[in-house]
Write a protein that binds this ligand. Structure first.
Ligand code: ZN
Length: 138
């Protein structure tokens, strides 16, 4: 799933959660659930184009999340965002650091991705954003 979707869902959980332990649990679980849901995003291929798009994706996610959360932004929102992208950060650290004993995690994380390379692959991301907006407004 795009980082934008993970970041917005994490910020939403940051508003809704009552404690950091609960926030960590649900943010990480939701990350993997969103990876399993059929979606369209970039591949893990290490290329210049990938890093540019991934950076835009992150920046867009942060801007949208801060806009949607508005004046409710606090350390829980920041924690929620961090916890929600943590599984991808761990992935990146293992790959960049070539930490072979933990390669099983990268393989498992890749294996659960349910990519649909059609326009409707973006629809699930839009639905998640819609649910987050509803949760933040309600
Ligand atoms: Zn992931």
């Amino acid at each position: 799933m795009l980082s934008t979707i993970h970041i917005i869902s994490g910020a939403t959980l940051g508003v809704l959660a009552t404690g950091s332990g609960e926030l960590f649990f649900w943010s990480v679980i939701l990350h993997f659930v969103l990876d399993i849901v059929p979606h369209n995003d970039f591949s893990f291929a290490r290329s210049r184009k990938y890093f540019i798009w991934a950076s835009i994706d992150m920046l867009l996610g942060l801007l949208l999340a801060f806009y949607l959360v508005g004046d409710r932004i606090d350390y829980m929102v920041i924690l929620g965002i961090g916890f929600s992208i943590l599984p991808d950060i761990v992935n990146f650290v293992i790959m960049a650091g070539r930490i072979s004993p933990l390669k099983f995690y990268v393989n498992w994380h890749r294996g659960i991705q349910n990519r649909k390379k059609d326009w409707w692959g973006y629809l699930t991301g839009l639905i998640v954003i819609g649910i987050c907006i509803y949760a933040l407004v309600a």
